[in-house]
Ligand binder design. Sequence first.
Ligand code: MN
Ligand code: MN
Length: 262
Amino acid sequence: MPSTITLQGFLFDEKSSFLRGAAKAPPEIRAAYHSSSANYFSENGLDVHPGIFEDKGDFKINQYFDIEDITASNLNGKNKIISLGGDHSISYPVIKAVHQRSGPIEILHIDAHGDLYDSFDGDPYSHACPFARVMEDNLASRLVQIGVRTLNTHQREQADKFGVEIIEMKDFKPESIPSFTKPLYLSVDIDSLDPAFAPGVSHQEPGGFTTRELLHIIQSIQGPIIGADIVEYNPDRDLNKMTAMVCAKIFREILSKMATPD
Ligand code: MN
Ligand code: MN
């Protein structure tokens, strides 16, 4: 049976507000996934080897909204897609293309940050803004955020305005994650993890998830995942490529969810 899962990478960090470097992430995550120090199995025993997805490769981006067209093109004939960032700004154009293909979706967004700014440093497409744009365009019937631990007054107002369901890190319990009823898009910002577990990010925000907690969250998701991204890994800030290995592990667990029949 031909694969229905597509993989794409974006060599893009121009919308990063603090540090560049995330554009270097996709090849590093691929190398960690292929590393002979590990294997291709997910923890539930599924062989998530490279034959189960179609790898479209990594893309250099000239214009921000090219990301939407590239995603639409890569989705052609497929129904599930995983994107490797790049900074978190890629999620908005990717989700636009996924919504165009699949219709109403729900989003689980895992991040230290809400990424709900109306505009940041004068740019409405900054990596601090993608989920404000998603909600303005009605691309998701539900947005649930977990891991968040940096909300300011503006972002709380934005969350209220858009009806975002935020389970802040300080209040988090695994059982507080709702179950989803529509096809799910999963957006994983690696800075949701505590920097002790994933130092290779531009915004190291203490007090985050352990790797085990994040794996448990992904493994506990019920229902079909149709799209996912892993963003904000910054190889310049990594130590001994340990964060790349975390990204590869998360990638395998998401693949396992996507490869399991709905
Ligand atoms: Mn983010
Ligand atoms: Mn973040």
